[in-house]
Design a protein around this ligand. Structure first.
Ligand code: FMN
Length: 292
């Protein structure tokens, strides 16, 4: 068992927000998915205060070493999530972490306060890859804005607050320190890297949102460097992610300082990737320990 901010988890592999739809998976695979749930905790996709339609299509560009997505965080909004998704997610056999995002402190505060009252929610993840309406910059690129935001919402809940950092900041470790100083219990990283793809026929942007976020194997080395930099600056737990597709990749992030590892893009290729990676990781750790 692993203790993550006071939550007992069976193994260190969870999903990355927005890359595994537990409700759709249960519809497709039936209750068998609950018996063999691939992750030790479930992280929901980002919930915003108001419903969002997401970006116009096309929303994905696949390339040799990864995926560029401009999904645009479509979701039912807070009310729709509480009414429709939360009751279904409450039936999962693992702790639930709800990921939220807002473009003002007040919006994030409303989301945090709403989930603070729900016993089924084990922890909250705050997605900082959202433009702050006051500055136009993503909250997560600005240490002062990050600290102010976390300090504002911290008193609203006793649940663990995980702050999801953006890799598009100049200095992720400085933002992690600011999140800790604001009262974060943990940080998670990395989110996708800003990226673009052109339509080969026209030379114009392929994605409906023009730019998107790069994920998958292409960002694994970036994730490792950023997790290592953050781990050397803050002592709070880290959820490491970015291109994890095997137990060895997960072990690299743990060795760089992560407490948990999240699997994202790999779950699109193999919906049971989480279980496979957790089992590979456990075998590798046992063989490393036996060799010592
Ligand atoms: C299709 C897609 C949707 C995503 N949706 C979200 C989201 O709703 N909220 C969020 O915080 N991150 C989201 N992410 C980012 C992932 O959680 C993760 O940080 C990133 O993809 C890096 O991990 P990976 O390389 O294993 O995919 C999304 C990523 C992808 C590929």
């Amino acid at each position: 068992m692993i203790d993550f901010c006071g939550i007992a988890l069976e193994h260190p592999v969870i999903n990355a927000s927005g890359t595994f739809d537990a409700i759709a998976a249960r519809r497709a695979f039936g209750d068998a998915i609950l018996e063999r749930f691939p992750f030790s905790a479930f992280v929901s996709k980002t919930v915003t205060l108001e419903p969002r339609e997401g970006n116009p299509p096309p929303r994905l560009w696949e390339q040799g070493a990864g995926l560029v997505n401009s999904i645009g965080l479509p979701n039912k909004g807070l009310r729709g999530y509480l009414e429709h998704d939360l009751p279904e997610l409450a039936e999962l056999p693992v702790p639930l972490i709800v990921n939220v995002m807002g473009s003002t402190r007040e919006e994030v505060a409303t989301l945090v306060a709403a989930f603070a009252e729900r016993d089924v929610v084990a922890a909250l993840e705050l997605n900082l890859s959202c433009p702050n309406v006051k500055t136009g910059l993503d909250f997560g690129v600005d240490p002062a804005a990050t600290e102010g935001l976390i300090a504002h919402v911290r008193p609203l809940t006793d649940k663990p607050l995980i702050v999801k950092l953006t890799p598009n900041a100049t200095d992720s470790a400085a933002v992690a320190e600011a999140a800790r100083d604001g009262g974060a219990d943990a940080v998670s990283l990395i989110n996708t890297l800003r990226a673009m793809a052109l339509d080969p026929a026209t030379g114009t942007p392929w994605l409906g949102g023009r730019t998107g976020g790069l994920s998958g194997p292409a960002i694994r080395a970036v994730a490792l460097a950023q997790v290592s930099a953050v781990a050397s600056m803050v002592r709070i737990p880290i959820v490491g992610m970015g291109g994890v597709a095997s137990g060895n990749h997960a072990l690299d992030l743990l060795r760089a300082g992560a407490t948990l590892v999240a699997v994202g893009t790999e779950s699109f290729r193999d919906p049971l990737a989480g279980s496979r990676i957790a089992s590979e990781l456990s075998t590798t750790i046992k063989s490393v320990e036996a060799a010592v």
